[in-house]
Design a protein around this ligand. Structure first.
Ligand SMILES: [Zn+2]
Length: 105
């Protein structure tokens, strides 16, 4: 997909927007975070450059006009010590990446 966010770009976003990597659940600092990305074990579609998997959180109510679900999209990561899962709202990541494009060689 054209709008895929590479794990490299996601890490760039985290490094630029976070003061520290401490896990808010277990307090471990620095915490090691695992990314929900395309290079998870068993994914046959994993490309050369891993991309972040987009999660969709469906709201319970549906759109009145056509009955389709709506909700929000996030990227996610987990603390490798305690399993705490943290979601980052996708539009914020996209906005930051558009304003701070990667310097490609
Ligand atoms: Zn933790």
């Amino acid at each position: 997909m054209a709008n895929d966010v590479t794990t490299q770009d996601f890490i760039r976003f985290l490094n630029a927007t976070r003061a520290q990597s401490t896990c808010p659940a277990c307090g471990k600092s620095p915490s090691k975070w695992g990314l929900f990305s395309s290079n998870w074990e068993g994914n046959d579609d994993a490309g050369e450059e891993p991309v972040m998997e987009l999660l969709f959180h469906r709201f319970r109510k549906v759109r009145e006009e056509d009955g389709k679900p709506y909700g929000v999209s996030t990227y996610a990561m987990f603390c490798q010590s305690c399993g705490h899962v943290e979601h980052i709202y996708q539009p914020v990541v996209m906005e930051w990446l558009n304003a701070n494009p990667a310097k490609r060689a």
